[in-house]
Design a protein around this ligand. Structure first.
Ligand SMILES: Cc1cc2nc3c(=O)[nH]c(=O)nc-3n(C[C@H](O)[C@H](O)[C@H](O)COP(=O)(O)OP(=O)(O)OC[C@H]3O[C@@H](n4cnc5c(N)ncnc54)[C@H](O)[C@@H]3O)c2cc1C
Length: 434
């Protein structure tokens, strides 16, 4: 069987891998030093687009010439970028075995890869309803959304049944974004989730009331406080009915499930220390074994700003953790010292013509500001969270780029901001105007 050697190998070809490659190039990567091994058939791409522009009816993101490849603005890393930089981009190839002690990876085809330094960027995978034994959960027409192939399958299903009926299972950001794109595709849409309001891990009741009101205004039916317990299919094994715990039955041509993910750590079980379900790393994304790093969704790391340990499943962290690991690897090679990761959590979502940004932590007391009436055109409102006399998090709906920069500043633990007035003085001056 073939054996190959690379100075650096990245397992996984998603967001973090793309940004790690970019950082290596910035820091003087030589041709032939880096290989990226990816299960997916396409070059690393901006995964968040899959639940947004990629699914729009006009398919702008899917047309030739418009790529979702990683990179922001004009700096997109199209597939040819990798070959120009002498990076071996090995696609449609799954690593099925990792032997950390001998620095060896084996692919499904039986090729082995040796390396000096390994970066694990395997991301996470979706939790499936079949994992809980939900009856009929493998029926055709039930979709999950993690990889581009799943988005393509969803596009085909939408196109083959125009203006059909969709049920969205799950009230997180994937559920909200999918409900919006399916409405934009002229589907009748029902959302089902067990919690008392949508996005409960981030939204307060006030924020959620705005979103639910807005969605209803767009024709989305919201069914809360219950879960899908089974699916009935037609004679072709296509999903036809979603059965709910409360006894209701909903017709569906398409079901999209967004009920969370779990990190892909399996290859390294028993070889690398884990913490909170992810691969344990330090402030440089170095794992418990020398020369092995883990970045993005799969890594657990010390969150310096809050003094605790976390795993973050957001694109901004995937980009930044990848850059941090590569900078740390290069600093180590050059015998230079390097600063630990100091990350301020940042997350955003877009649906319909809504767009929010959140910086920091949503703990402590939440205080709403602005106009959160869903009937107000271009409503601008937000919430900030105060803990121990400090602002620890700020959410803003419909902010301008300047306003979003201001909330990032405020969320970085500005001390002793106790009132809205102090918050305004301290950089959030725009709040006084809304
Ligand atoms: C539909 C969707 C929408 C999102 N929207 C947002 C958003 O609006 N805002 C936001 O902040 N975040 C969003 N996210 C989250 C964000 O995309 C992730 O946090 C980010 O992609 C994580 O990057 P990663 O490189 O760690 O993992 P991924 O991007 O998932 O990449 C992992 C890659 O590794 C590959 N892989 C795994 N195992 C193997 C193996 N054994 N061999 C070879 N390859 C392997 C996978 O196939 C995949 O290509 C969204 C995620 C999804 C799925």
């Amino acid at each position: 069987m073939a054996e190959k050697f690379f100075k650096y190998v990245i397992v996984g070809g998603g967001v973090a891998a793309g940004y790690a490659a970019r950082e290596f190039v910035k820091l003087g990567l030589k041709s032939g030093e880096l290989a990226i091994i990816s299960k997916e058939a396409v070059a690393p791409y901006e995964r968040p687009a899959l639940s947004k522009a990629y699914l729009f009816p006009e398919g702008a993101a899917r047309l030739p010439g418009f790529h979702v490849c990683v990179g922001i603005g004009g700096e997109r890393q199209l597939p040819e970028w990798y070959s120009e930089k002498g990076i071996e981009l090995i696609l449609s190839t799954e690593v099925v075995k990792a032997e950390i002690a001998s620095k060896t990876l084996t692919t499904a085809e039986g090729t082995t890869f040796k390396y000096d330094t390994l970066i694990i960027a395997t991301g996470s995978t979706v939790i499936k309803l079949s994992d809980f034994g939900v009856q009929g959960a493998d029926a055709k027409g039930i979709f999950y959304l993690r990889e581009i192939a799943e988005a393509d399958a969803l596009v085909s299903a939408i196109q083959s049944k125009p203006e059909g009926t969709a049920v969205i299972v799950g009230g997180g950001y994937i559920g909200l974004e999918l409900a919006a794109v399916l409405r934009i595709n002229k589907y009748k849409v029902k959302m089902v989730y067990p919690e008392p309001w949508c996005m409960p891990r981030l939204f307060t009741a006030d924020i959620a009331a705005f979103y639910e009101g807005y969605y209803r205004g767009k024709g989305v039916e919201i069914i809360k406080g219950t879960v899908a317990t089974g699916f009935v299919t037609d004679e072709h094994e296509n999903v036809k009915i979603v059965k709910l715990k409360d006894g209701r039955e909903l017709e569906a041509d398409i079901v999209v499930v967004g009920v969370g993910g779990r990190p892909l750590t399996g290859l390294f079980k028993g070889q690398l220390e884990e913490e909170k379900g992810g691969i344990k790393t330090d402030g440089f994304f170095k794992t418990s074994v020398p020369d092995v790093y883990a970045v993005g969704d799969v890594a657990t790391f010390p969150m310096k700003i809050y003094g605790d340990i976390r795993r973050v499943e957001h694109v901004d962290h995937a980009r930044k953790s990848a850059a941090q690991a590569v900078q740390a690897i290069k600093a180590k090679e050059e015998g230079k010292s390097f600063e630990e990761y100091d990350y301020l959590p940042y997350f955003y979502s877009r649906s319909f013509d809504l767009s929010w940004q959140f910086y920091g932590d949503n703990v402590g007391k939440a205080i709403i500001f602005g106009d959160n009436n869903p009937a107000t055109p271009k409503a601008k409102f937000g919430s900030y969270w105060i803990k121990d006399g400090r602002v620890v998090g700020v959410f803003l709906e419909n902010g301008t780029p300047e306003e979003n920069k201001a909330i990032a500043k405020v969320a970085r633990l500005k001390p002793l901001v106790e009132s809205k007035e102090e918050l305004i003085k301290d950089g959030l001056a725009f709040a006084s105007k809304i």
